[in-house]
Design a protein around this ligand. Structure first.
Ligand SMILES: [Zn+2]
Length: 189
């Protein structure tokens, strides 16, 4: 199995069926996540195996349509949830969600991650700033029943605490509060 096939399989594998919510205008659904998997399988999104630094475990670049992952084993639940997180950024790119801020793109990615982790029976460990994010995402998911209910609509203000926790993390503190995602779609390959 190629790395791309392994990564793509995450987006149609266990835990994906329960990830369905709307944050403002941004919809995250199993169907859209399947589409991310298909784009990876087809090579429209390329997979790069490399270290992404100490702050983040994986990364998505809308400019090169590439997803960077730390290793090709994907052995742990948290390595797969890290890839799922980046898959949300890819989704925002594929569906040209230009009206979404960078911080709300992160809010959606962390929410998807906690729903995924709960479904596959995993959780993350990390520093204080990172855990503040996961705890806020967990609180938001619980408050709106996202672990059990599908298609829940959240307003942007519902996510204020989670957005604050993300913005306070050193990896995201330089992001402008109103900075928009590029969301320009995948390039022709
Ligand atoms: Zn992110």
């Amino acid at each position: 199995m190629s790395v791309a096939d392994k990564v793509a399989a995450i987006f149609s594998g266990p835990g994906i069926a329960g990830i369905h919510f709307k944050l403002g205008s941004l919809e995250v659904s199993p169907q859209r996540l399947h589409e991310v998997g298909r784009a990876i399988k087809k090579g429209d999104i390329s997979i790069v195996v490399a270290k992404t630094g100490t702050l983040l475990s994986a990364a998505y670049s809308p400019h090169s349509d590439s997803l960077t992952i730390p290793d090709d084993k994907l052995a742990t639940k948290t390595s797969r949830s890290g890839i799922l997180h980046e898959g949300i950024h890819a989704l925002v790119d594929i569906y040209k969600c230009k009206q979404v801020t960078v911080l709300d793109d992160e809010v959606a990615a962390y929410l998807a991650e906690v729903i995924y982790l709960k479904a596959i029976g995993g959780w993350v460990g990390g520093g204080k700033a990172a855990m503040r994010i996961y705890d806020a995402a967990d609180d938001l998911a619980k408050a709106h029943n996202l672990y059990k209910k599908r298609g829940v609509k959240l307003s942007l203000s519902d996510a204020d605490e989670l957005r604050k926790a993300i913005h306070a993390h050193p990896a995201y503190s330089s992001i402008g509060a109103k900075q928009m995602t590029s969301g320009h779609g995948l390039h022709k390959h």
